[in-house]
Write a protein that binds this ligand. Structure first.
Ligand SMILES: Nc1ncnc2c1ncn2[C@@H]1O[C@H](COP(=O)(O)OP(=O)(O)O)[C@@H](O)[C@H]1O
Ligand SMILES: [Mg+2]
Length: 337
């Protein structure tokens, strides 16, 4: 058996409509070690959430379907498990935090009740023990006066406090893997920093592996060991965080980095974004999915799909012009427009 906690191989997820099939995830592969944090980064619509949802086998079917690939969790073939076995994995061994905590907390139950429920669904403990554990969880995620707040309702909490509650619920059962899908996107910058601090602290305290989904490379830099960059259902680049920031190679990653740098600066510089929009995933795309928006694209990029190749140890990229032998040079201001 391998040492990986999670191995994903060639994952494909399709969404069918009456007249077409959208290939939302189109052959994504990655591995995750124990205690490691993997970042999945990419613009909105690139397939990050669908990838995460597939890991828990929660793709709505119909219209969605895991159309191919393999997901091994501790060597267990997730796609071959029964629904009952899957239920015992969800929330127990793998749990997920969603972008908007308001949609995942139930407004009619107190926060305390929801944590207690979640603990008792997964562990055989008395109500009293579960309550004690729930208070401890709230304290762990930095909620002041935890005991008093157990009796409050979600709407009585601020956005940041609700997200802390979601993290508490997700961690209540000591999951081996925590998937955080844009956990700070709905929060303002200060609260966002606090939540990230909290997650880093928790990771030091408990031995959970994390998949951190974000469109923000700053979050990846602060939180992750490994990163995969997704675009239009494909991995375009992957490697350890230092390599990706030191030597990014895919023009799409360059575009993401450029838009990050200018959006952080306080001067008047124009915010750079990558011009254009992602392709329609219902249409066949013969070449590179990014070609339409790539300032470096040549003829071959529109006719032939580049393979994801390892250009140096642990660093993969799918671009016709980035191989072991040849390197494309990054232009300054390629994306300013
Ligand atoms: N339930 C669904 N039905 C149809 N298409 C979907 C569904 N969920 C996601 N998709 C499509 O899958 C693609 C990837 O979406 P998603 O994974 O949510 O992107 P993101 O990277 O922003 O998380 C998008 O084109 C989206 O429209
Ligand atoms: Mg998403």
């Amino acid at each position: 058996m391998s040492d990986f906690l999670l191995e994903v191989e060639d994952l494909e997820v399709h969404f069918r409509s009456s007249s077409s099939v959208a290939k939302a995830v189109n052959g994504v592969s990655f591995t995750l070690n124990k205690k490691e944090t993997l970042g999945i980064v990419g613009e909105s619509g690139s397939g990050k959430s669908v990838t995460a949802t597939a890991l828990l086998r929660l793709i709505p079917n119909p219209p969605g379907k895991i159309a191919g690939g393999r997901i091994l969790f501790e060597g267990k073939d997730i796609l071959a498990l029964s629904e009952k076995e899957m239920r015992s994995i969800r929330g127990n061994e793998i749990s997920m935090i969603f972008q908007d905590p308001m949609t995942s907390l139930n407004p009619v139950f107190t926060v305390g009740n929801q944590i207690i429920e979640s603990i008792r669904t997964h562990r055989k403990v008395s109500k009293k023990e579960a309550k004690k554990a729930a208070i401890e969880m709230l304290q762990l995620v930095g909620i002041p006066e935890a005991e008093k707040r157990m009796d409050m309702y979600p709407h009585e909490f601020s956005g940041g406090m609700r997200q802390r509650v979601m993290i508490a619920i997700a961690l209540a059962c000591n999951p081996k893997l925590l998937i955080a899908d844009e956990p700070t996107t709905a929060l303002d910058v200060t609260v966002q920093a606090q939540i990230l601090d909290l997650m880093r602290h928790l990771q030091d305290t408990i031995d959970t592996s994390i998949i951190m989904i974000t469109h923000d490379l700053g979050v990846v830099w602060e939180m992750c060991d490994q990163v995969i960059v997704m675009y239009a259902g494909n991995t375009v680049e992957s490697g350890d965080v230092k390599t990706i920031f030191d030597r990014p190679l895919h023009p799409y990653t360059w575009g993401l980095l450029d838009s990050q740098i200018t959006s952080d600066s306080e001067n008047e510089e124009k915010l750079s974004t990558i011009p254009g929009t992602p392709p329609d995933l219902r249409e066949p795309i013969p070449g590179c999915h990014f070609a339409d928006r790539c300032p470096y694209a040549q003829e071959v990029c529109f006719s032939k799909k580049p393979e994801l190749i390892e250009v140096e140890e642990g660093h993969t990229v799918s671009c016709h012009f980035q191989t072991k032998e040849k390197r494309l040079k990054r232009k300054e201001k390629a994306y300013h427009g």
